[in-house]
Design a protein around this ligand. Sequence first.
Ligand code: BES
Ligand code: ZN
Ligand code: ZN
Length: 502
Amino acid sequence: MKTLSIETELSKVTADVLVVGVPEHPENVEGWAAFADSFSSRILDWVRAGDIKTGFKEIVKMPSLSEQSYKRVLFVGLGAPKDLTEEKLRQAFAAVGKELLVSKYENVAIWTAPFTTEELTCADVAYAATEGIGLGTYKFEGYRTDSNEKDFSIESLQFISSYDEDELKAAFAVGQAYASAVNEARNLVNMPPNLLTPTKLAEYAEELAAKYDFEIETLGKKEMEELGMGAILAVNKGSVEEPRLIVLKYTATEKWEDVVGLVGKGVTYDTGGYSLKPRESMVGMKGDMGGAAAVLGAMAIIGELRPARNVIAVIGATDNMISGEAFKPDDVITSLSGKTIEVLNTDAEGRLVLADAVTYAKQSGANYLIDVATLTGGVIVALGNDKTGALTNNEAFFEEFMEASLETGEFVWRLPLTENDKKRIRKSDVADLNNSPGRDGHMIFGGGFVGEFVGETPWVHLDIAGTSDASAPHDLGPKGATGVMVRTLATLIERMAEKDSE
Ligand code: BES
Ligand code: ZN
Ligand code: ZN
């Protein structure tokens, strides 16, 4: 969305399309009579007859009937106002966005009043509209040579509202920052693995750092060898592509303290290694860097909105390949932390990458840790494809995290991590840990393994294997990468910063 303008009266609209919310009993909406006068006095009859629908997210498109300054109206049903929430608004506007994308309407006006309720202000509507439309209009351009469609993007957005202009502008800026960061993360996950190598991912992070003035450090194979990062190096051994450990620092306060560490799994392709994946489950493993994308997306929002909280992002990037050099089951490796690991399964590579990345984040001063990873098929068996699985070692930090996830509407469910689980992760005849204790409840073993490197630092583990990629269109976007957790991570940092300033 390139430009924003604000008008206080419907007669001032200039747009391809005017978006109008239709709650049950629209006649209660302030200004509805004036709108009906200007559009058609029969509009309430159409609502009553069901030609304009009030059901949540139901869309009806209608051309302007006379000389209006907008060419058409897009009516979107909202249901009962008392049931409306910010998340439902976001979904309604994402549905509008999908329609705009299909119809290619570039100049869009939104009349905010019908979307407001006792709880939701015009500024809330402006935020949900910007974010929802931004997410709903997302499309991965891809590499087709026969496509003559020009890239679609919304040229101008106009709010029709008499609310405080500065607040509307701020809501637009925040919505815009959130939506574009999620869409960037989606692009990274949708990119093919021959084009998005660890080196390319690091280059992308460098662009972010330059844009937002982050400190950046990227470690290559040689630096990793010098430091003794035996876990990520083991995963990389079979590859001709060099690994990268990508470190971004956002310094918001004078001292480097109270640092939140965001750690992402950046496996740019996961063949499974010698514990090879069956051919059907290998397809799609280009998305095994979804955790890295979530962390980079969150950093983009942090760079835009600059909350007063120090953040370090650490991404372990490598692919997991096969060759005469590759690591294999039965290998014993030494991680950066010094802990030794017996490899029982080379397909349980994400936890190895994260082990060194988490250790590095701790060594760099992280006082809180969140790791995000497409870690296990187990989380999909346990929770399905619409819930992110979580583990934690700290009730208070987890509660804070959950408040952020409730705000963004990204569903997260916690699983237990018991002493018995830890015992099984620590069971090995030859090393401190093993990387694959079994398939029973193995989401817990995956995350629990990462926990072995966290120690006492408050920590949340997020397994997004089910939620990072959608097999069909969903509420907030199309099939493919979802950009899950970008919004929740950024919201958590914003909330932590706000709490500090209280
Ligand atoms: N990258 C996969 C997990 C995954 C599965 C992501 C499906 C997205 C969709 C991970 O590295 C993996 O292979 N995990 C194994 C662990 C097992 C060997 C203990 C799994 O879940 O089967
Ligand atoms: Zn794997
Ligand atoms: Zn993997």
